[in-house]
Design a protein around this ligand. Sequence first.
Ligand code: SAM
Length: 258
Amino acid sequence: MPAMDYSQVAHWYDTYVKTDIDIPFFINEAKDCGHVLELTSGTGRLSIPLIEAGVSLSCVDNSSEMLAILRHKLAAKGLSIHIYEQDMCNLALKEKFDLIIIPFNSFAEIVNSDEQHQALKAVWNCLTATGRFICTLHNPPIRLKSVNGQLILRGKHDLDDGESLFLWSVEKYEPENCLVKGIQFWEIYDQNGVMQRKSFVDIQFYLHQQEDFQRLIQSQGFQVISLYGDYSYGEFQKETSPFMIWILEKDRNHAKDA
Ligand SMILES: C[S@@+](CC[C@H](N)C(=O)[O-])C[C@H]1O[C@@H](n2cnc3c(N)ncnc32)[C@H](O)[C@@H]1O
């Protein structure tokens, strides 16, 4: 089962995901960097600011619905880039990139261990010898604070036609396999507060512990340049940092053996 069926929610994605906390960080990392590949670009929340900042960007995502929105937004702005509808676990790209990014904790959407290895191998193969790989993840103790088996209102959003979207979710942690599993409920109300539609989507994602992720990336030929805990370059603090922002490069010794 995939982490989430984005075909069901793509048309709402830009309404319910408004965050921009990571954009200055990624612009700073990607500018003057040569060719950049964004895996899991989705509707372009980050891609479009990167392109507008002059970054030479290519995008990959495996959801045709998310990419259709990205294509539409690019066309409206008169922008054009290479977009590949591919699974990051089975990348088939001829070009090599100076920087590869997986933003917004999206590596966690690969819930199967073999596929995590495959994706990292694919990143390694698409990276130039001196390239960097930035992978952002949730920090488990912080993310787990809102994983409590309770129904939580994640947001209320105004839609264009005067309707309102309520997004609820309930999540549970399965520590034995490092998975958070849950259900998201999507409710649409009219201007009088009368519910018009309701649907649900199953979700799951993998919570990587710091040491486990470090072992994983080392096994696939990467070494750590830096580990930040937030998008202001704060040092990673295991108990308090919201994120793990891994800046990685190829391990030259591994490269010789591979
Ligand atoms: C949470 S969204 C993030 C989108 C965008 N990066 C952002 O920051 O708003 C996760 C995205 O990852 C994509 N995705 C999930 N698993 C994938 C995979 N195995 N290969 C390629 N894309 C994947 C989904 O289709 C979705 O667009």
